[in-house]
Write a protein that binds this ligand. Sequence first.
Ligand code: BGC
Length: 504
Amino acid sequence: MGVEFGLLWAPGSPDRETRYFSPASALQFYFLPGKNNRGELLCQLHNHAGSRPPTGHFVALISWISALAGLLFGYDTGVISGAILFVQKDFSLTTFEEEVVVAAVLLGAVVGAIFGGRFADRFGRRNVLIAVAILFIVGAIGTALALTATWLAIGRVIVGVAIGVASFTAPLYISEVSPANVRGKLVSLNQLMITIGIVASYLADYGLADMRGWRWMFGLAAIPAIILAVGLLFVPESPRWLMSRSRAAQARSVLERIRETSEVDVELAEIEASLHQQQGSWRELLSPALRPALVVGIGLAIFQQFTGINTVIYYAPTIFQFAGLHSASAAILATVGVGIVNVLLTIVALRVIDCAGRRPLLLYGLVGMILSLGLLGFAFLSSTLSSMVAWIAVISLALYVACFAIGLGPVFWLMIAEIYPLKIRGRAMGVATVANWGSNLIVALTFLSLLHVLGRPWTFWLYGIVGIVAWIFVYRLVPETKGRTLEEIEARWRTRVQQPKSVT
Ligand code: BGC
């Protein structure tokens, strides 16, 4: 039995109250008998809310079902990269038409996010998810049967609307049914499913390429969409949303299914008390108390995209070909490898997110992204494309994706599901989500032009510079939310305004 030791960096002071919002960092030294694994260790050191019993199987099950929306998000955004090659030939698309077909999903997602928030607050999280599942089914079948380019583009817009709404409604729902001490892990199941969906889409594109099966590529998405729709019939409505619509009896009966009996009254009272403080209006979101939450959500949304993740997700084979992997199959294989790294590191993030906290994952992850983007830029500086350059490019891209998967990937969607008051949670998340999809669209539309204007090294360094700004933003403005109930998180924004000197 060995001894494990090392340095642990965690934001905040040991004091329970100040730790929550203090961006100051602390270094802790630990050493423990080697049989403790690092996950347990981090929990022991950090999880002050760790006294709660583990989540019941039922909460886990309903979280997995809702996270199928993430699978569709990942699959339907990833699938176009392979499908477009055949669509372009079959419909003889001009460059502009091709761009429209590719961008249709992102446009739809922006539209979905604009309207979806209002619907989630008005009609309930579950009902909106059911509507989304139906849209996914219609979109998948519609695009698979498309007879014209316009038909296909409209189908992809419909899929995009579903993605835009699903991207925040699924995390929103899961955050509202999860106990505080495992909320990070359960909400991030959605991100895990996104990454699995992306790999599944690469594999489907690869497997169906020989038969030019673009219709199947789009149509296959109907299978998880049907499972999602059926699964949702067995999922209860969010107890928090029910409370916000004054349906306390129903909220209680849902809570009784997903919490220990002894916890139900306390949680109901907490939600009730918190609702009393809320107006549920846009004005409230712009008030001095909640404006910082709005800034955090929009800021993280923009940084998640402007640090360039989707240049890799959407254009990885092209980047690998720049680096000298000329054969298409080598480039595709490397792309699948990057997708798998994304999945694996998201699993690591899930394991530590409730122990280590959100801030350290964001801050460490960003440092890794900045360094790997720097390295990638240097690889492209070299005028001769040796196999060494190709390897540096592959390794730095994998490292970059790994660091995204550990931090900004899951933490953005988790945080926006945690930091807004219940009555306007859907709408506020919708705003952050619009910012996310809008930024995604801008990056996707400008990447190739940037390469042309700035050259390869500076394009990637530019994303790295955005990463540095993001690090400062997170360090100064983003609160730690681990282990807190959603009501406690909201209360902290309000007390922060009342006692400005007590928090940083
Ligand atoms: C982002 C997507 C991205 C995906 C990659 C998500 O969190 O919002 O834009 O494609 O992660 O894993």
